[in-house]
Structures are given as structure tokens and as C-alpha cells.
Design a binder for this molecule. Structure first.
Ligand code: PDD
Length: 290
């Protein structure tokens, strides 16, 4: 039967070798495949330069530590591997994906000692929201956050996020904003911010949301732009009444939410605080030396 979904032959790294993506295969006994027993990173690349790479590699280390996988590479080796992938890809703006699983072993829930972690890494062309979407802002829907209590670990066990994302796909929306016990956590693959009386407010760090690389960046950009910034619990009512709601992620950068469950956010158009942060983000891209 003809393959209806052919994979591009971009080079990727698998277990120390550079191979065409379509030919990169792992053992069925890889614990990433059996248990989702691994971690990952997604690093945006602009003009062939990875953005905020030091922060991404630090989070990769935190994720590995959290699930007790030894880091297979030191920072210079990760940087070299990433540079090789970027050089081999055509467009200047890319998205680097890094994944480390615990390795291959006969199926056993126990963290078997002595395994060789499987490293997979690829760089794909960057796909960002269109200019039209940025101009109008995006529709989001909400759902109860039913994920486990370790959303702070950037692990490959993402079924809860996949189910959450599908809620918005089914509704023709761009993201699913999640509430746990009536409190904002994040979205299926983005952090979420509200603008309340001119202050950018997001939920505090903790087990229920990812410590997005853009979380620290939003705080920095707010300081630069003299925009009041706070991290504290944000109730569902506050999100629904916020003047602006913003998404941040490696691909969305800073993206305005203009409808939530079909109702307008603020005036129903992208607001001024989001616009200032988006512009500041573009400047940060131009000057990043991480
Ligand atoms: N997602 N929260 C979740 C659940 C995420 O999956 C992501 C990123 C973020 C934003 O984190 P950062 O600013 O580091 O991109 C928040 C990536 C892009 C992904 O899984 O594809």
C-alpha cells in the first residue's frame, strides 16, 4: 500500500548517529514507547540561532533529574548536536526538538539501573501563527485540567495534554485553557496570562503547570516595559473577566486570545499589553546571546 503520510528525509540524531528522519527507528522495548518514560524540549531557532538555549538546556537537566535519567550529554555536546541539526536544515527559522528516554529494556515498571538513555533530536522548519491570526487574536475554549500532578516535568507522557488539545480542535479553536478546582493552570501546550487592571498576572510556579521558558521571559519583558507583573493564583472568573488573555509558548511567542468559549475577551480584539509584549519579544529575539 502506498504511504499516504511520507516523512521528510531531514537529518535527525538518533542514538549518536545522524540519519534521515524517515529511517529513524527505535526498539519496541524503548521505555519511551512502552511507558512514555522520557523527557523533551522544544527550542525555537531564529536566523539559525537557538533562542534562550541556556534556559532550555537547564530545564532539560531539571526534567532529567526529576525522573532520574542521567544526562547523556554535557552542555557543549548538546550545543554541538543542535548546531549540526540547524546547519543541515533549509529555513533559517526552525524548531529544535530534543528527547531523552530511559532506554531499552524488557518491560518492567522499575527504573532498571544501567540503561543507556535513547537520545532523539531533530530540527524542523518553524511553523508560527499566521499574520492574520495575530491580527485577529485566537479563539480558545476551556476544560477541566484532569492531568496528573506533575505538569511541571516536561515529560513525553502527554496523553492528558493531547486530550486537552483535542477539545479545542473539535471546537475549531486554537488552544484549550485549563482550570483545576476553579483555578487557572495553563493550556494544553502553552502558558496562559491575564491582564487584570493593567497588571500581567499568571499562576505561580508549582506542580500543576510547566515552567515555560517564556514565563521567565514575560517577567523580564514586563520589567523592561514597566508593565506591572504578578504571579498568584488566578480564578476562573478572573480569566473570564480579564481585559486581555495571552498565550505564550516556543511557537506562539506571545499570542492574544480574543474569544474564550465563544465570548469576547475584553473588547474582542488583541489588547495593548499583549502588543507591547509581542514587540518586546521580537527585540529579545534580535539580541539573544544565550
Ligand atoms: N509546549 N505549557 C505546556 C503544557 C507546554 O507544552 C508548553 C510548551 C508551554 C510553554 O513553554 P515554553 O515557553 O517553554 O515553550 C507551557 C511546547 C512548545 C510543545 O510541547 O510543543
Amino acid at each position: 500500500m502506498a504511504d499516504t503520510n511520507p516523512l521528510p528525509d531531514w537529518p535527525c540524531h538518533l542514538a549518536g548517529r545522524l540519519v534521515p528522519l524517515g529511517q529513524a527507528t527505535v526498539s519496541v522495548l524503548d521505555r519511551g514507547f512502552l511507558f512514555g518514560d522520557g523527557i523533551y524540549e522544544v527550542v525555537p531557532v531564529y536566523g539559525r540561532r537557538p533562542f534562550r538555549l541556556a534556559a532550555h538546556l537547564a530545564r532539560l537537566q531539571r526534567s532529567l533529574d526529576a525522573i532520574r535519567i542521567p544526562n547523556p550529554h554535557d552542555v557543549p555536546a548538546w550545543r554541538a548536536l543542535i548546531a549540526e541539526l540547524i546547519a543541515a536544515q533549509e529555513p533559517a527559522d526552525q524548531l529544535v526538538y530534543l528527547q531523552v528516554t530511559r532506554g531499552v529494556a524488557l518491560r518492567d515498571h522499575a527504573m532498571l539501573p544501567g540503561l543507556t538513555p535513547t537520545v532523539f533530536a531533530m530540527s524542523t522548519p518553524m511553523r508560527q501563527p499566521t499574520a492574520a491570526l495575530r491580527a485577529t487574536g485566537v479563539a480558545c475554549v476551556t476544560a477541566v485540567d484532569v492531568r496528573w500532578q506533575h505538569a511541571d516535568i516536561k515529560c513525553t507522557s502527554l496523553l492528558g495534554n493531547v486530550l486537552a488539545r483535542q477539545v479545542s480542535i473539535d471546537a475549531g479553536a486554537v488552544e484549550t485553557v485549563l482550570f483545576r478546582d476553579g483555578w487557572l493552570t495553563e493550556a494544553s501546550s502553552s502558558n496562559v496570562w491575564t491582564v487584570l487592571d493593567g497588571t500581567v498576572v499568571g499562576p505561580p510556579a508549582g506542580p500543576h503547570l510547566l515552567d515555560g521558558i517564556r514565563v521567565g521571559l514575560v517577567e523580564e519583558l514586563c520589567a523592561e516595559e514597566a508593565i506591572p507583573f504578578a504571579r498568584r493564583p488566578v480564578s476562573e472568573d478572573e480569566v473570564r473577566l480579564a481585559g486581555e488573555v495571552l498565550l505564550t509558548s516556543a511557537t506562539k511567542e506571545v499570542l492574544a486570545v480574543t474569544t474564550l468559549d465563544g465570548r469576547p475577551v475584553g473588547g474582542g480584539t488583541p489588547g495593548p499589553v499583549g502588543a507591547v509584549l509581542y514587540d518586546a519579544y521580537q527585540r529579545a529575539k534580535a539580541t539573544d546571546r544565550s
